[in-house]
Structures are given as structure tokens and as C-alpha cells.
Design a protein around this ligand. Structure first.
Ligand code: AMP
Ligand code: ZN
Length: 111
């Protein structure tokens, strides 16, 4: 399978890693949309959050737990967590990933 984020998990492609827990890896987004923009991914491959939630709900919790921990460590006063799903949802990498975005005021509604 040709998956960019599986290659990052395997160490075949470098990433700017910021944290890791048992089933989850966090690294800085290569094209940050805010002062803090971290991607938090399951180490195992799931195409999107819907598939992950069925296959491994505990891992979904682990993603959000690490997101909140990183937000606290970085002193964020607020943050946004986003899963884009499907092409029309803005998903470009088809390995589930949670965006942790913060360090500036967020706009609502998002585009
Ligand atoms: P999405 O559009 O929700 O699928 O998000 C994919 C994200 O992956 C985008 O924000 C990209 O900037 C980011 N991205 C793509 N390639 C890399 C990479 N090699 N290292 C880190 N982030 C990446
Ligand atoms: Zn993958």
C-alpha cells in the first residue's frame, strides 16, 4: 500500500515529530495554517475517522487525549481539532489524522 503517513510511521519518510504514545504519533504539519498545527495519527492504517471509529474506538480517544495534552503543553488558550473526511471534506491524505490547530483566534464558520 502506498500511504504517506504509513511511511512516516515506518520511518521511511522524515517528519518533524512532536510526541508519541502507544498507538499514536504526532508531528508538525508541513504546511501550517496557524502558529500551532500538529497532525495526530493512528500508527495503524485507517482511511478516515469513520473507519477508525469502528475498527479501534480506543485509538480515537488516544488521539484526542494527546491533542489536549499537546495543547496544554503549548499553553494554548483555545484550539480546534479537525478531521477532514473525503474529497469534498477537504481530505487529501487518506490515512486518518486529527488536525490540532491553535495559537491564533479561530474563525467560524470554517471555509
Ligand atoms: P487533509 O487535507 O485533512 O488530508 O490533511 C493533510 C495534511 O497533511 C495537510 O495539512 C498537509 O499539509 C499535511 N502534509 C502533507 N504531507 C505532509 C508531510 N510529509 N509531513 C507533514 N504534513 C504533511
Ligand atoms: Zn496509512
Amino acid at each position: 500500500m502506498n500511504c504517506l503517513f504509513c511511511a512516516i510511521v515506518a520511518g521511511d519518510i522524515p517528519a518533524d515529530k512532536v510526541a508519541e504514545s502507544q498507538n499514536v504519533l504526532a508531528f508538525n504539519d508541513i504546511n501550517p495554517q496557524a502558529p500551532v498545527h500538529i497532525l495526530i495519527i493512528p500508527k495503524s492504517h485507517h482511511e478516515n475517522v469513520g473507519e477508525l471509529s469502528v475498527a479501534d474506538p480506543n485509538c480515537l480517544t488516544e488521539l484526542f487525549t494527546l491533542a489536549n495534552q499537546l495543547a496544554l503543553e503549548k499553553g494554548l488558550t483555545g484550539y480546534r481539532t479537525v478531521f477532514n473526511t473525503g474529497v469534498d471534506g477537504g481530505q487529501t491524505v487518506f490515512h486518518a489524522h486529527l488536525h490540532l490547530i491553535g495559537g491564533r483566534a479561530m474563525h467560524w464558520p470554517p471555509g
